[in-house]
Design a protein around this ligand. Structure first.
Ligand SMILES: Nc1ncnc2c1ncn2[C@@H]1O[C@H](COP(=O)(O)OP(=O)(O)OP(=O)(O)O)[C@@H](O)[C@H]1O
Ligand SMILES: [Mg+2]
Length: 248
């Protein structure tokens, strides 16, 4: 069962006295896809890392469904159904696609029959990797490898999927391929997704709701179509912001 995520006033500091997130709030209703956009260094990855328990949360609260999760360890978060697909590539190139996907079931390995079914479902989820299950993952395109990571992240049937820039470094054709599959995933309405993206147009086309971050704080948010209609103005504001990380 997928659940809503509620983030309230989240603060994250990698080092004492240097807060990178300075009170970010966000609501992601169950089974929706929420995109998080913003200039380089805005704190988008830090937000996902804070939720995933891999960056130190220093204030605020995170609830997933009825449960407060900001005090849980990474292991507990995984157990509770938080799945994080970081920006960095993480497929095992010398293993087959099917073997890579199977690795996502580790936390639920005792539920054998159920797990086999999940592995089959996730192996068949994305049309562009379905024909390649027996190939070495390293032989696939960058876009297909990212889809393998996402399929792996879904095997344990998470409540929340965190995707950090799934199309970073991909060619335009591969970006399109990944987004075709993400649109399909969204239409299935079976998991709550927080998606961080630099490819703003693609993210807006697939998301339900969009949050814009700037310098560790909420800038603005709205439905994807609202944000799309104000995008020029929003991006112009990024340029004007001090320390936005955007070259002037
Ligand atoms: N492990 C870390 N230790 C200290 N500072 C960090 C660490 N990771 C990120 N930062 C700093 O936190 C700020 C926000 O970084 P973050 O990676 O969250 O931004 P982002 O919005 O994801 O940017 P990008 O679009 O470039 O991915 C940056 O100033 C960055 O230098
Ligand atoms: Mg980032």
């Amino acid at each position: 069962m997928s659940a809503a995520i509620e983030i309230a006033g989240l603060r994250v500091a990698y080092e004492a006295d240097v807060e990178i997130l300075r009170g970010v709030s966000l609501s992601g209703p169950a089974n929706t896809m929420t995109a998080i956009i913003g200039p380089n260094g805005a704190g988008k990855s830090t937000l996902l890392k804070g939720v995933a328990g891999v960056a130190p949360v220093t204030g605020g609260e995170i609830h997933l469904g009825d449960k407060r999760i900001d005090r849980l360890s990474t292991a507990e978060l995984v157990q509770y159904g938080v799945s994080f697909v970081p920006q960095e590539a993480s497929v095992f190139g010398q293993m087959t696609v099917a073997e890579n996907i199977r690795l996502g079931g580790w936390t639920r390995r005792r539920e054998k029959a159920w797990l086999e079914k999940r592995i089959e479902i996730c192996g068949n989820l994305f049309a562009s990797i379905r024909p390649h299950l027996d190939r070495y993952a390293g032989d696939l395109s960058g876009g297909q490898q990212k889809l393998v990571e996402i399929a792996r992240g879904l095997v344990a049937e998470p409540q929340l999927l965190l995707l950090d820039e799934p199309t970073a470094g991909l060619s335009p054709i591969m970006v399109k391929e990944v987004y075709t599959e993400l649109a399909r995933l969204k239409d299935m309405r079976s998991v709550t997704v927080l998606l961080v993206e630099q490819n703003v147009r693609e993210a807006l086309a697939v998301a339900d709701h969009v949050y814009v971050l700037a310098t560790g704080r909420n800038d603005t948010d709205g439905t994807a179509s609202e944000v799309a209609s104000r995008l020029d103005e929003i991006v112009r504001n990024w340029m004007l912001r001090e320390g936005s990380g955007v070259a002037s």
